[in-house]
Design a protein. Structure first.
Length: 422
């Protein structure tokens, strides 16, 4: 059974494709159950973010075609539409891919730390759904420890770079003085939290936080002297915003073209800068056609991010060396499972012989045999039973010239003998 990483990301698929294949919180558990119900699939986890949709699983090789069809069919998308954008990694390549993802080396922003939290969340969801077993459990925990080592041993995370940071950097290029601007943040998750912090650090004049859960909006807005509103109040406050940054988990757009047009009229067509970080998108793409709106998606942030990518490249190369070592370590553990099973079987066999001889010895005691005779019987009989099969096999190996087996036995039993003669 192979380890599989199957998916697409910002480098292989445009946002129009990625948003159609997102596994939102409302469907991911059902998707995990569907995934692990497939013939030949024994464990599964799904990582779905604005920049990637990936399936990690243990599967029989003959299940790979079905897996590639499933990722589209689950969303009602024809497999032929999805296939050109998919990548598939097996075994060592799959492990290396997950470690690179967890360390932020496969992110739009090289080395960004938010992805590790998303990987942990994906694993927790798989655990809650009962779709993660021993192998994936060990793999994901190995990715967490590797990411921690990379953060500790390299400079990959020295500067505060993220998609949220890139969005605020772009806003600063458009508005040289943020102190005179009002920012409207839609959502209250980690990305919006980061955007709020960066805006606050750069002296944003006023901040409005809109969220489906008003209490969470208040919690975030209060940290930065902001104003909290519910999503239903957006039309009434949109005209106040010079900067709009949106990142929610909504399956449908939050802002449509009509709502934005109305806000522009109230603003007397003062320009609005809008960044839609969400996948699926929170802002209808048609909004970008409005004359006084500058709309950017996560894909448009690539240029802003390139400068930061170059500064982190050396640290990334060091991180890749760590990852290569950790891939080897994981597969050493995986190979050791064969020995663990063999040891368990051997112990079970020895314990069965022990119980058999012990029962006969107890019977001899019950029949009045002297204890010293019974002890001698137990010791001799158990020794003979334990040594019989190995002795027969070694004798046959000697007579048939199986030198490698004799050398292995010498090592296994630590007898310290010279190597058998050729």
């Amino acid at each position: 059974m192979a380890l599989i990483a199957l998916g697409l990301n910002h480098t292989t698929a445009p946002v129009e494709i990625r948003e159609r294949l997102t596994f939102g919180p409302d469907i991911v558990v059902a998707a995990l159950r569907s995934l692990t119900a497939m013939p030949g699939v024994s464990e599964g986890a799904i990582l779905s973010t604005c920049n990637r949709t990936e399936v990690y699983c243990r599967a029989e090789p003959e299940s790979l075609d079905s897996l590639q069809r499933w990722i589209g069919e689950f969303h009602g998308v024809e497999p032929g539409e999805v296939a050109p954008y998919l990548y598939l990694h097996r075994d060592q390549a799959a492990v290396r891919h997950l470690l690179r993802v967890a360390c932020g080396l496969d992110s739009l922003v090289l080395g960004e730390p938010q992805i590790l939290g998303q990987v942990k969340s994906a694993f927790q969801t798989a655990c809650d759904a009962g779709s993660s077993g021993k192998i994936l459990g060990r793999l994901f925990h190995h990715s967490f420890s590797t990411a921690k080592q990379v953060r500790t041993d390299t400079a990959i995370g020295d500067s505060p770079v993220s998609v949220a940071f890139a969005a605020v950097s772009l806003a600063r290029q458009i508005f040289s003085d943020l102190s005179a601007q009002t920012a409207l943040l839609i959502g209250a998750g980690e990305t919006i939290d980061l955007a709020a912090r960066h805006l606050h650090q750069h002296g944003i004049g006023r901040m409005i936080v809109a969220n489906r859960t008003l209490s969470r909006a208040h919690e975030l807005a209060d940290q930065f002297d902001g104003y909290a509103i519910a999503l239903t109040e957006l039309p009434g406050h949109l005209a106040e915003a010079d900067i709009v940054i949106a990142s929610t988990a909504s399956p449908l757009p939050i802002l449509g073209k009509g709502t934005v047009e109305s806000a522009l009229k109230k603003r007397r067509h003062q320009p609005m800068f809008m960044v839609d970080i969400a996948v699926p998108r929170d802002i209808e793409p048609e909004v970008g056609s409005l004359a006084d709106v500058y709309l950017y998606t996560v894909d448009d942030l690539e240029e802003v991010i390139q400068e930061n990518r170059r500064s982190r490249q050396e640290a990334a190369e060091q991180a890749l060396e760590i990852i290569d070592l950790q891939v080897d370590e994981f597969f050493a553990w995986l190979r050791s499972l064969d020995a663990v099973d063999l040891i368990a079987d051997y112990r079970a066999h020895a314990e069965s012989l022990r119980d058999e001889v012990l029962a006969k010895s107890q019977q001899l005691l019950d029949n009045g045999k002297p204890a010293d005779e019974v002890l001698a019987f137990l010791a001799n009989t158990l020794t003979n039973k334990l040594l019989h099969t190995p002795s027969v096999q070694l004798r046959e190996a000697g007579s048939s010239g199986q030198r490698e087996l004799l050398e292995a036995a010498n090592t296994l039993f630590q007898l310290g003998r010279d190597k058998p003669a050729k």
